[in-house]
Design a binder for this molecule. Structure first.
Ligand code: ZN
Length: 404
């Protein structure tokens, strides 16, 4: 008995040690905010949630003094971090802080530039090199060319004129430009982005910069340049990597621009690339396509457990996102018989449960008709007498028995 108790204490201690390690693991990330012409009190906690959700990052938000405050008091120890995320558009930092920040990026620190952070520090030469392109703050031809795509050609345009504008907010299509870049690998060629400002006429040094994705600023859709404007950029600055997303204007609760699964996932992937030069995250099932916007109101991917629980409540008027989630798990299981059987068992549990709606049963029967095995046959036989799903059950049964 004593031995068992001792063992229990050791195991419990070990488990709590492991879980506390997990809490501490992840790339230490510093999100800097506190001054912005945007609602940074909304956006910064959301950025933290989006990054921490991956399990790869452990983020903290640092708030600078208010505008006009004593910026000498803002003096973070960058050496403690692997990644810095700027949700900042405000007063210049002290020379000492600028130097420390430059050292951080030069020596391989990762940097993410989010939305209006590319408006910040117009007079800081090295900062403009890090962000590649920027806008507003009296940026013009002295700061570098406009860079965009026109008729599928990359254009570096030295014309005179101001940097930075956007038309009316709208949904727009984002288009991949460097499909084999780690950030973009596996993402669709085109996808719909939630209602956002389409930053246009950005200009800057554009050195060591890949434009990963663009969006067409159609003048018919609320004002636009009729150019394919850079939305996602990857820049190297000495040993440092910078991921720049021009998207994600924060509205109440983040709004459609921040809730967009495309914004969330590219931010997560871009941040990982900025730290390591690689991306290990899989493309999630709900990444949007050119068919329409996908929002994640709570910024999280739906888990399989949640999808299976909610799928039972399905009716015709509801979104098929839980089915899509299940289908993507079936697809990802590939030919793994064990994984497929595990999914099949869970599907049969819902199918034979008391609470599943007829519409949910129909969806499950349709899936099982092609991916099911002998395991499903008895459960499906039991549904042949159910008038609401009789046709689907008979069809599934015929398919499964023809495979024998
Ligand atoms: Zn904005």
């Amino acid at each position: 008995m004593k031995k068992q108790l001792l063992l229990l204490i050791i195991v419990t201690g070990l488990l709590s040690f492991i879980s506390s390690c997990n809490k501490e693991s992840g790339y230490k990330t510093l999100i800097i905010t506190g001054q912005n012409n945007h609602d940074w009190k909304t956006s910064s906690p959301i950025l933290k949630q989006i990054l921490d959700e991956t399990g790869l990052f452990s983020s903290e938000v640092m708030i600078t003094p208010d505008k006009g405050g004593d910026m000498a008091a803002f003096n973070p120890d960058f050496s403690k971090y692997k990644l810095v995320v700027l949700d900042y558009n405000g007063d210049s930092w002290s020379d000492k802080t600028n130097a420390a920040f430059l050292d951080f990026v030069r020596n391989g620190g990762g940097l993410v530039i989010y939305h209006a952070a590319d408006n910040s520090f117009p007079g800081w030469k090295e900062y403009n090199e890090m962000i590649g392109l920027g806008g507003w703050g009296d940026r013009n031809e002295k700061d570098g060319p406009y860079v965009y795509y026109k008729n599928d050609q990359l254009v570096v345009d030295t014309a005179a004129g101001p940097g930075g504008t956007h038309g009316k907010r709208r949904e727009f299509i984002v288009r991949t430009r460097v499909a084999d870049h780690p950030v973009m690998k596996g993402l669709p060629a085109r996808w719909f982005h939630g209602t956002d400002e389409l930053y246009s006429l950005l200009r800057g040094p554009a050195k060591n910069m890949d434009i990963l994705a663009t969006a067409f600023a159609d003048s018919a859709a609320g004002g636009g340049t009729m150019r394919d404007e850079p939305m996602l950029m990857a820049i190297t600055f000495e040993k440092g990597r910078v991921f720049h997303t021009a998207m994600g204007h924060a509205d109440e609760g983040g709004g459609p621009a921040m809730q967009c699964a495309g914004f969330i996932v590219t931010l997560q992937r871009g941040a990982e690339w900025a730290v390591t030069g690689n991306v290990t995250q899989e493309v999630p099932f709900d990444f949007p396509s050119a068919a329409g916007v996908v929002l994640r109101p709570d910024f999280k991917e739906i888990t399989l457990e949640e999808a299976l629980t909610k799928l039972g409540d399905y009716d015709i008027a509801k979104s098929t996102k839980y089915l899509t989630c299940l289908q993507s798990h079936i697809r990802n299981a590939g030919g793994d018989v064990g994984k497929l059987l595990d999914l099949e068992k869970q599907m049969v549990t819902i199918l034979t449960g008391k609470d599943a709606t007829p519409a949910a049963k129909k969806l499950l029967l349709r899936e099982l008709s092609w991916m099911g095995t002998e395991y499903s046959v008895n459960a499906i036989k039991g549904l042949v007498t159910d008038p609401e799903v009789k046709d689907e059950a008979e069809y599934a049964l015929a398919r499964l028995q023809s495979l024998k």
